[in-house]
Design a protein around this ligand. Sequence first.
Ligand code: FES
Length: 122
Amino acid sequence: MSEQVLVCRSDELKEGAVRVCTIGDVEVGIFRHNGGCHAYKNVCPHQGGPVCEGVRMPQVEDVIDENGLFVCQKFNEDDVHIVCPWHGYEFHIESGEHVIDPKVKLKKYDVVEREGQIYVAI
Ligand code: FES
């Protein structure tokens, strides 16, 4: 059974921000995205890098015209990735799954937000 650990006040985690903290002997990153919170162990499944300390980037998508020709590229702000700072593996911020191989995942923790406080179940 998991324990809910208080991380911070809700207003201390603004939209687009991340807070990395240590809970027991586990380092966890809590991300605010589209109003919700997502928490992951700060260990990349590739080679153990501090994945939660990487930048967040929207998915880059090709725009193709009606003739099948490339027009340009654009950001998809609905699909933000966490980019590991060591070798650039990218993970969907809402699921923790690698963008190419969904079997490769960040360790995810449940987040509960109540009465103006954020808790991580660990
Ligand atoms: S350790 Fe994260 S991409 Fe290599």
